[in-house]
Structure formats: structure tokens, C-alpha cells
Design a protein around this ligand. Sequence first.
Ligand SMILES: [Zn+2]
Length: 213
Amino acid sequence: MSKNPSHTKNFSANGRWRAPRAVLLLASAIGASIAGTVILILGTLVSRIQRLLFLQNQPRSLNQTEEELLRGVFDDSLALDNIRIIEGRSGLFGVNSRPFTLGNTIYMKAYTAPEILVHECVHVWQYQHFGPRYAAEALGAQLLLGDSAYNWKAELARGKSEWSEFNKEAQAQMIQEIWMQRNSSAAHQHDELAAATLKSLRTRKNTRPSRSL
Ligand SMILES: [Zn+2]
């Protein structure tokens, strides 16, 4: 009797059953969704308490300059009206100086540079399009890969070929860098990938723009 490859491929050399890749991907997506939801619920709770105790500054909407800039990057794929910015004091979220995005709220801390806003808005985009799991996946990438999580070229070296396959920090960093190099006359080594990336970012229909916890 010939071996049926579809039957044997889920067994390791010692005969143990191995979950098919699709099952593992589904399990990790569900795990990330649960972890991300917990992060967002706890974060929102901390934020509310901090606001009551005046430990963090009040949120504001985007100004016109920011809206124009972001529309140039994201087109209509990002619901700008939902975004809130908190500058300066951020209470517990200020334990490190890095900007931080919690759902539709961006804690800019001491940063004012537009490229940082672009980076953080990619995380808002991830949230608006895929839900809370982005938070667990971005945090997971930072814990697992350290600073190299931000290096999207390292993602290419790791065998990922498209922006959508990159880890969540590499995704944000790549859009940030494309925006920073938009006026550069120097030939971009990854022009084709950059064009495909912007297309997939801008044309993905945002079916849940108002998602909130
Ligand atoms: Zn980031």
C-alpha cells in the first residue's frame, strides 16, 4: 500500500501527531486576539484612571496638517476622525520614552516628528483593520526580536516577501521609511516592493473604522 502523503505529513519522525500549519496559524491568531484584547482593556482602564487623576494629558484630535499628511500616506484606508493624540505626560505609559499606540489613541510622549506619527498611525491602521491582536503581535515581535523587529529588510532575509507578512513593527517601520524617502531622488533599492506595499495599505477596505472596546 502506498503511503498517503496528506495522511503522513502531520506525523513527526517518532510518530507523534503534529498540528497542520493552518491549525497552528489559527491558534496563534486566536491567542493573539485574546492577548491583544486583554492589553487593550487593561490599557484603556489605566488610561481612564490616569485621566481622572490628572496623571496624563488630555487627548486631542488630529489637526489639519496632520490629517493632510496622513491622507497622503493612507488615502481613505484609515479612519482619521477616530484618532486621538496624547502629547507629553502619559503616566504609567511613560516608563519608557517610546511612543505607544493603544487602539485609536497615540501616546506621542516627547516626540513631535511627523515620521513618528506616520509610524504610530500604521499601528492604528493595524488596529482598525485587524482588531486588538496587533497589540500582542507588535509586543511579541519586540520581545522576540528586540530592536531588529523594526528592521523590515531583516524580514526579507527571514524569508518574508511581502509587507503583509512582516511583523507588526517592521510593517510600521517600512511605511515610516517610505514616507521619509518620498522626496529623495536617490534610487530606492526596493522601489517595487514599496509601490506594492503602499497599494496594499491604501486599497485594503476598512470595514471596521469605528471599532472600539
Ligand atoms: Zn511601532
